[in-house]
Design a protein around this ligand. Structure first.
Ligand SMILES: Cc1cc2nc3c(=O)[nH]c(=O)nc-3n(C[C@H](O)[C@H](O)[C@H](O)COP(=O)(O)OP(=O)(O)OC[C@H]3O[C@@H](n4cnc5c(N)ncnc54)[C@H](O)[C@@H]3O)c2cc1C
Length: 396
């Protein structure tokens, strides 16, 4: 997104992606109203919404057999009051295709940043491994958008403050017949928790386990895991046969952390590289997009004259740290009061936590949770310069 915004502003920008394509299981299929609004402001929304996706307004769950409603996005007074569920590779391919019209934007696939180039105290670009061998890419500003295991921030020696998450996620798909419909999104039962995404011809499943329990789950064996899954989500009964071995089940580790310092001279970290988000609320992708918009708003015009001093780069942290802190705090509250309680409850019956009961009972509260999840704190709008026009090309 930042590459797109800087290309749109006529800034020479190179985006590196270490994989050959985006077609793999990224973490996050949820495009929230805040991101849809950004796509609208960029003139990309029409093409974007032509891509296959599902729209969800009511976030419903089953909590120990009781049906609960966590959020109702139809209560939001915004242009796109829904969450668009779309595989992340479709979203990223769409942005890449749309950005191809900007001559100043280059996307180098299969190119992995491995180290930083330094001129004295300044970061002056990256060393990278490309299909043709090692290359040096010099840059006025290097932006680390390389996720929770960021190589760039590690090479810059930026310290990460760990906040911690009590769970990891097992990620797998089960086949879906066209007549299989299910409105329940999240399920919580004693000792177990699971989320299912309808991806058209299959169900994407995220089964939550307590952190560090992966070996124990494997030791119990695949049939025991799949039995638990189908007991929780009977809709998966016919399609679960597609999970044939643990090779079909990926372990995704969950982290919540953040940097105290997001910058060095010539370097800025954003997205998960600056603040890893947990899956709670499905907000991480959207926060990363908001960071990109804020970065372009604050820096694009200045970058036309070269790299601003570190204090000006740090304006991005000053703008974005508050929304990040509030969101991570909410994720920790949900972790402690719902996820940890559920995972540790063994076979004891679960009672729906008081806040969830209140939200379910008082529909106006579902508008407040919808706002927190769908728009977040201090939503960003595109103000960065438009020097190049792009024509959105739907891909899929
Ligand atoms: C299990 C799980 C489920 C989640 N589900 C959701 C969800 O449903 N919705 C949601 O909004 N958020 C979700 N999140 C959070 C979300 O994944 C992150 O917050 C979000 O992806 C951060 O975006 P990013 O662009 O900063 O980093 P990433 O999405 O991690 O992107 C980093 C990119 O950099 C590339 N890369 C990495 N290293 C290098 C390198 N050295 N050189 C070149 N390229 C490199 C990677 O291949 C990748 O394409 C989930 C997180 C977890 C752990």
């Amino acid at each position: 997104m930042l590459g797109y915004l800087l290309g749109r502003a006529g800034i020479d920008v190179v985006v590196l992606e270490k994989h050959a394509d985006f077609f793999r299981d990224f973490r996050g299929d949820t495009v929230h109203p805040s991101t849809l609004q950004v796509m609208d402001e960029l003139g990309l929304i029409e093409g974007f919404l032509k891509l296959p996706h599902q729209e969800l307004q009511k976030l419903d769950g089953m909590f120990g057999g009781t049906s609960v409603r966590i959020a109702d996005l139809s209560r939001l007074r915004v242009k796109y009051p829904f969450i668009a569920f779309m595989p992340q590779w479709d979203f990223l391919n769409f942005l890449r295709e749309s950005g191809k019209h900007f001559t100043s934007l280059k996307v180098l696939m299969s190119t992995e940043a491995t180290d930083l180039i330094r001129h004295g105290d300044n970061i002056a670009g990256v060393r990278a491994q490309s299909p043709d061998g090692p290359i040096d890419i010099e840059a006025d500003l290097t932006v680390a958008c390389d996720g929770r295991h960021s190589t760039v921030r590690e090479r810059a020696g930026l310290k990460v403050e760990e906040i911690g998450a009590p769970m990891d996620v097992l990620w797998f798909r089960a086949g879906r017949r066209q007549d299989e419909n299910e409105n329940v999104f999240a399920r919580v039962e004693p000792g177990k928790m699971m989320v299912t995404f309808d991806r058209g011809d299959y169900w994407q499943c995220a089964y939550v386990i307590a952190k560090g329990q992966y070996d124990a789950v494997r030791a119990r064996g695949l049939p025991a895991l799949l039995d638990d899954v189908v007991r929780m989500a009977p809709v998966l009964k016919s399609g679960i046969a597609e999970v044939k071995s643990f090779d079909d089940v990926k372990l995704l580790t969950v982290a919540i952390n953040r940097l105290t310092r997001w910058t060095r001279p010539g370097l800025l970290c954003i997205g998960d590289a600056a603040h890893a988000m947990s899956p709670v609320g499905g907000v991480g992708v959207n926060l990363a997009v908001q960071d990109a918009v804020a970065t372009a708003n604050l820096l694009a015009a200045k970058l036309a004259q070269g790299c601003p001093p570190e204090f000006e780069l740090d304006a991005v942290r000053r703008r974005r740290e508050f929304p990040v802190r509030v969101t991570q705090r909410m994720q920790v509250i949900a972790q402690n009061n719902i996820i940890t309680v559920a995972l540790k409850s063994g076979n004891q019956p679960l009672t729906v936590p008081l806040p969830v009961r209140l939200i379910t009972a008082m529909p106006f509260l579902q508008g407040i949770t919808a706002r927190l999840v769908g728009l977040g704190v201090r939503p960003e709008h595109v103000h960065s310069p438009l020097r190049n026009r792009s024509v959105a090309t739907p891909v899929g």
